[in-house]
Design a protein around this ligand. Structure first.
Ligand code: 13P
Length: 250
């Protein structure tokens, strides 16, 4: 059976000292649950210290991005091996902010997915449509393209364990959360696509998180839907209390 996973994407927030404080606060208030896994994704500069602070807990550590190359002349880039060396187990790939602000294509995301998997880093594979695409009736076409191109050449065995995050771009940081019905419709669509591309077993076992203005107040209702398996949280993960409340309500 698949697990609910609540991941906090810190984005470009918190310097090293602020990161240490937030992790300590989360450790103080979090009551770990068997059925919900918590993951945090601080910035690169805080990962090493974060992994030391998380020792002895079940909280997972994720990076927010990585390069698909191993090493060499790629100024500013960070490799999967480097992330592993500081204790990362997960990496967020294809976040809509990477796609829209930094021009990442489905093919870039595909290369990163393959590299992460080959280095035994679990991807949190992000997909989602813009408001314009939704209003033009292109939502499913866009999502299907992101899934098919992002996962091209990846086998069922390789994909097993990957986390998928559906984040409608229009709901990110806007306070405009998708309704549980809207989210469920897309989650079921993605699960069905995975079934078509791989197998019923893989589809049923894949965690599909919802992301976009998730708060303690809406986490329970969203997670009450059959195909919604946790959350990828932005703004509300920057305070220990609200992040922990989302985990509790999931
Ligand atoms: P918000 O929760 O701030 O809308 O951000 C969602 C997100 O992008 C998580 O990756």
């Amino acid at each position: 059976m698949r697990k609910k996973i609540v991941a906090g994407n810190w984005k470009m927030n918190n310097d090293l000292n602020e990161s240490i404080s937030l992790i300590n606060e989360i450790k103080e208030v979090l009551v770990e649950r068997e059925d919900v896994k918590a993951i945090i994704a601080p910035t690169f500069v805080s990962l090493d210290r974060a992994s030391q602070l998380l020792k002895g807990t079940n909280i997972g550590l994720s990076a927010q991005n990585m390069c698909y190359e191993d090493s060499g002349a790629f100024t500013g880039a960070i490799s999967a091996k480097m992330l592993k060396s500081v204790g990362c187990e997960y990496v967020i790939l294809g976040h809509s902010e990477r796609r829209t602000l930094f021009g990442e294509s489905n093919s870039d995301v595909n290369k990163k997915m393959k590299k992460a998997i080959s280095e035994i880093l679990t991807p949190i594979f992000c997909i989602g449509e813009t408001l314009e695409e939704r209003e033009n009736g292109e939502m499913k076409t866009v999502i299907e393209k992101q899934v098919r191109e992002g996962l091209e050449g990846i086998s069922e065995a390789e994909l097993t364990g990957t986390i998928v995050a559906y984040e409608p771009v229009w709901a990110i940081g806007t306070g405009k959360v998708a309704t549980p019905d809207q989210a469920q419709e897309v989650h079921a669509f993605i699960r069905n696509l995975l079934k078509e591309m791989y197998s019923e077993e893989l589809a049923e076992n894949t965690t599909i998180q919802y992301g976009g203005s998730v708060k303690p107040e809406n986490a329970a209702e969203l997670n009450g839907r059959p195909d919604i398996d946790g959350a990828l949280v932005g703004g509300a993960c920057l305070k220990a209390d609200s992040f922990v409340a989302i985990i509790k309500n999931a």
